[in-house]
Design a protein around this ligand. Structure first.
Ligand code: SF4
Length: 232
């Protein structure tokens, strides 16, 4: 059945929204998941609740920033609506510049930021547009628990998978020392319409081999409850 939202599961919904205001990260396929005139977010939530019921803990994804007014309109209105429906804990994603400094709602909200790398040079190469220092500042000053995504081999800077994984290990160790409630590691995949896809087609970028990544995960020496891995 066709839905107004992109996809959903009992604890999550991927909304169809306006495009990300930044829109420059080379690995991102946000154009696939957004539209200039998306259906109302409330319609999407209502449809989702009708299909899955109202979870106490809901993860909302929107290819961009939940707190960006230009993309989402008032975040407080959305959160109040979800709270009134019965949601009590919310996970959203945002770029750091949009994360509010006060929570004017009753909802417990955790925020994931796509940090991707702790290294400034790599952040520049992937066009991230912010640095680790900015994310740490938000984690220290915002009322919301802040988690980060890290990407394994996000660009062609890494000439071998081994180098990419060595940097990833350093990134994880660095993040574990910072005030993040979760560090979610993901293997970079080729997203349709992304700049990385163009590089891949021109043989300028080779994705990290999945088997090597799986082995790295198994052998990574630090076990920490904050460290999670995406099923990529
Ligand atoms: S990764 Fe996030 S911030 Fe970057 S372009 Fe995609 S949606 Fe926007």
């Amino acid at each position: 059945m066709e839905t107004s939202y992109i996809s959903a599961a009992p604890d999550r919904i991927i909304l169809r929204t306006k495009p990300c205001s930044w829109g420059k990260c080379i690995f991102c396929g946000f154009k696939e998941d957004t539209s200039v005139e998306p259906p109302s977010v409330y319609v999407q939530f209502r449809e989702y609740f009708a299909a899955f019921g109202v979870p106490e803990y809901l993860k909302v994804f929107n290819s961009g920033s939940f707190f960006d007014f230009n993309q989402m309109g008032s975040w407080e209105d959305k959160v109040s609506y979800l709270y009134d429906e019965g949601v009590r804990r919310l996970r959203v994603e945002s770029r750091p510049e949009f994360v509010p400094r006060i929570n004017s709602t009753k909802m417990y909200i955790e925020v994931m930021i796509g940090l991707e790398t702790t290294f400034i040079r790599v952040a520049q190469l992937i066009n991230k547009g912010f640095t680790l220092a900015q994310v740490v500042e938000v984690a220290r000053c915002s009322p919301f628990p802040i988690g980060v995504y890290l990407l394994a081999k996000p660009c062609s800077f890494y000439k071998t998978d081994q180098l990419a994984l060595e940097d990833l290990s350093q990134n994880v160790i660095q993040c574990l020392e910072l005030p993040f409630f979760e560090i979610l590691v993901m293997r970079t995949t080729i997203r349709p319409g992304s700049e990385l896809e163009k590089q891949y087609k021109m043989c300028e970028y080779v994705p990290l081999e999945k088997a090597l990544y799986e082995k790295w995960k198994e052998q990574f020496p630090i076990k920490d409850w904050r460290l999670k891995y995406d099923k990529s």
